[in-house]
Design a protein around this ligand. Structure first.
Ligand code: FES
Length: 122
C-alpha cells in the first residue's frame, strides 16, 4: 500500500495517463465506440456486450462470423487464432488481423483496439 502510494505520488500525470492508455481496450461496433478496461478470459464479444457496444453476433461458437472483427492493435494480448477461426476466416484475413470476436480471448493486459467488421449488414 505504502509502495503504491509512494510510486503513484512520484509519477507525472503524463506517465499515469500513459499507463492508463496501456490498459484500455478500444472497441468499435457498428455505431458505438468505447474505451473499456480489459478483463482476462473475456472474449472481445463478451467485453463489447458487457458495455452495450453494438457488436454483431449470432452463435457465439465460431460458426456465423457475424462477430468478425479487425484487430488494429494489441493482437499479442489475445489468445491464438483457434480452429474455429481457421475454418471460418480465410488465411489472408487472419494474416491481415481479422478475428472472430467470440473466439478472441483476452489473455494478457495491454492496449487493444478492435472493430466489428462483419460480412453482413444488420
Ligand atoms: S458469434 Fe458467431 S462466429 Fe462469433
Amino acid at each position: 500500500m505504502f509502495r503504491k502510494l509512494f510510486f503513484n505520488k512520484n509519477k507525472s500525470s503524463e506517465e499515469m495517463q500513459q499507463n492508463e492508455d496501456e490498459l484500455i481496450v478500444k472497441l468499435k461496433g457498428q455505431f458505438k465506440e468505447e474505451k473499456v478496461k480489459p478483463e482476462l478470459q473475456f472474449t472481445l464479444l463478451d467485453l463489447a456486450l458487457k458495455h452495450n457496444i453494438d457488436w454483431q453476433f449470432a452463435c457465439t461458437n465460431g460458426n456465423c462470423a457475424r462477430c468478425r472483427c479487425y484487430v488494429e492493435e494489441g493482437a499479442e494480448f489475445l489468445s491464438e487464432v483457434n480452429s474455429a477461426e481457421k475454418s471460418r476466416l480465410d488465411l489472408q484475413e487472419i494474416k491481415e488481423g481479422y478475428r472472430l470476436g467470440c473466439q478472441a480471448e483476452i489473455v494478457k493486459f495491454g492496449a487493444i483496439k478492435a472493430m466489428n467488421k462483419t460480412y453482413f449488414n444488420s
